[in-house]
Write a protein that binds this ligand. Structure first.
Ligand code: AMP
Ligand code: MG
Length: 321
């Protein structure tokens, strides 16, 4: 029997579950736990001493020297903004702040507040100098928020640690950001549940079989509030300043690197089905699942043999793209 170690912790504003197999399982899982704490201190929007806060506090003033890691994430974020024509944009933070997402003051901002915040959103204003390792936000009051990409990066770091600890088989879930390292110990693929977007948490609509990959879902059910019977969720459209209203309620991306899957799942949620498919097609070895408000599930070609629809969910219908 292969040794297994399971660890649940809380970090980066979410629950983290690990299942690690092999001799060094406990040490590896604990090392991952402490690395995630380090990453939170580096990348959090809410921690004043984080590199993200240092950058935000210097907006429009001076460039700040950042670690290689933060610069790597910023570069990736800008890359994905380009790929999806700006639907993904970490400089969305002034808007996130207006909507009070992740605070006790979730609210609908006035159109004037939205317009003012929107003027500050532009990923092209994240100016990275690779030689000096300094970064500057071009204009005062600009801000970045890595909420849509940092968990993905953290999952990739977990994988690096598993590898360094000689672990052949491990699973980590950072608040819906799943990464599996290798196969299951019996050499079969992992079976990952896909949350039913209109049911309570934990109720799955499908099972996806993956090996050595990451699977990340963005959904309007993750974080939202209701006012006058309208649901306002946490994924904002940088073109309108409002929660994305693209006809989708859940998007999932499956690919090798979790940072890519995280950025892309947010991006295609904002883009909607048609544009989202185009984005996924631009990137190699990347699969996606789109769920629409009309309860249609669209899965990309490469997934069809690894996707098991849970048939009791009769309300939904499934299509290949
Ligand atoms: P995710 O759950 O990965 O889809 O990321 C959603 C989080 O990213 C939100 O809670 C915001 O902090 C931030 N965010 C919201 N809209 C966007 C967007 N269009 N591009 C980048 N980040 C966003
Ligand atoms: Mg994301």
């Amino acid at each position: 029997m292969v040794e297994v170690f399971e660890l649940q912790s809380f970090c980066m504003g979410t629950i983290i579950n690990q299942k690690v197999y092999g001799e060094n399982a406990k040490a590896a899982a604990e090392k991952v736990e402490s690395e995630l704490k380090r990453l939170e201190a580096l990348l959090s929007f809410f921690i004043n001493s984080s590199e993200v806060s240092k950058l935000n506090n210097s907006a429009g003033k001076n460039a700040v020297e950042l670690s290689k890691e933060t610069i790597y994430i910023l570069e990736k974020a800008k890359f994905f903004s380009e790929i999806c024509n700006g639907a993904f944009d970490i400089s969305i933070a002034p808007l996130v702040k207006q909507w009070g997402i992740f605070t006790d003051n979730e609210r609908i901002p006035s159109q004037k507040e939205i317009d003012n915040a929107l003027r500050l959103v532009n990923y092209k204003d994240i100016l990275i100098n690779f030689n000096s390792k300094k970064v500057k936000l071009a204009r005062p009051q600009q801000m970045i928020d890595l909420g849509a990409i940092a968990k993905g990066y953290a999952a990739d770091i977990a994988k690096k640690i598993y590898r360094e600890c000689n672990i052949k088989s491990a699973f980590i879930n950072i608040g819906g950001n799943v990464l599996v390292h290798g196969n299951k110990p019996d050499n079969s693929a992992w079976r990952i549940g896909l949350q039913n977007p209109i049911e309570e948490r934990g109720k799955c609509i499908a099972v996806v079989m993956i090996s050595d990959k990451s699977m990340v879902t963005s959904g309007d059910y993750e974080r939202n509030f209701e006012k006058d019977n309208v649901r306002y969720h946490h994924i904002l459209d940088p073109r309108t300043g409002y929660p994305a209203n693209s006809g989708l309620i859940s998007t999932t991306v499956i690919t090798k690197n979790s940072i890519d899957a995280d950025a892309l799942s947010t991006a295609i949620f904002v883009q909607g089905l048609e544009e989202g498919i185009k984005t996924i097609c631009k990137i190699e070895d990347t699969e996606a699942i789109f769920i629409t408000k009309e309860k249609e599930i669209y899965i990309t070609e490469g997934l069809k043999d690894n996707f098991l629809f849970i048939s009791e969910e009769k309300e939904f219908s499934c299509f290949s793209i």
